[in-house]
Design a protein around this ligand. Structure first.
Ligand SMILES: O=C(O)c1ccccc1NCC(=O)[C@H](O)[C@H](O)COP(=O)(O)O
Length: 212
């Protein structure tokens, strides 16, 4: 299996080292105050500068305005922006044009009705992140360690744009998830943590190894 991996919610230099050593392709930094994985701009910049060439650095924001994005993009060397809020398709286009960075739009899926959103965002985003929809009233729009019914994606091996599967993935289930959905890219946060917001190097290595 040749599947690209994003490890999201890195907060420490040793996390970046573990992600690189495991052979993952993307490192995600969360800018969302309520998250246990939240990093400020200085920390994100320092972490991004630690990343070796070839490890793509992704900034995750939630309904960020231009001022917030200007500050992040101006300080942190990045390869991609991940929009994980209620950004409409027009906003996705605006962000792409303003920063000249590839944009990945997260789409939450719980049932078949949610699939229509994917077609909408495929028109404007460079990549899609197909994630579990957060439970009603959840503090976090992502990173909840919940999966959705992967059968919703089976038979849909390809959209026109590259996409990642996310939501409740672990070293134990990621291989099956990729097989069932046809995902060529996967994203994980909680499933490689030792506790809330604390990444575990062994689990990161196991997660990536499960796909090789
Ligand atoms: O991870 C967070 O804390 C977070 C906070 C706010 C918005 C999005 C967030 N995470 C998004 C991700 O890309 C996660 O990796 C994705 O939802 C999968 O998370 P998990 O189910 O915990 O593996």
């Amino acid at each position: 299996m040749d599947i690209r991996v994003k490890i999201c919610g890195l907060t420490r230099p040793e996390d970046v080292a573990a992600v690189a050593a495991a052979g993952a392709q993307y490192a995600g930094f969360v800018f969302f105050e309520k998250s246990p994985r939240n990093v400020n701009i200085e920390t994100a910049r320092a972490l991004a500068l630690e990343a070796p060439v070839g490890l793509a650095k992704v900034a995750l924001v939630v309904d960020a305005d231009d001022a917030e994005l200007d500050a992040i993009v101006g300080a942190v060397p990045l390869d991609m922006l991940q929009l994980h809020g209620h950004e409409c398709p027009e906003r996705v286009s605006e962000v792409r044009a303003r920063y000249g960075l590839p944009v990945m739009k997260a789409v939450g899926v719980a049932d078949v009705e949610d699939m229509a959103q994917i077609a909408l965002y495929e028109e404007v985003a460079d990549q899609l992140l197909i994630d579990a929809k957060p439970p009603k009233g959840a503090d976090l729009p992502g990173g909840n360690g919940l999966s959705f019914d992967w059968r919703l994606l089976s038979g849909r091996k390809y959209w026109r744009k590259p996409w990642m599967l996310a939501g409740g993935l672990t070293p134990q289930n990621v291989r099956q998830a990729a097989q069932m959905t046809g995902a060529r890219q996967v994203d994980v946060s909680s499933g490689v943590e030792a506790g809330a917001g604390v990444k575990d190097a062994r689990r990161i290595a196991e997660f990536v190894a499960a796909l090789r």
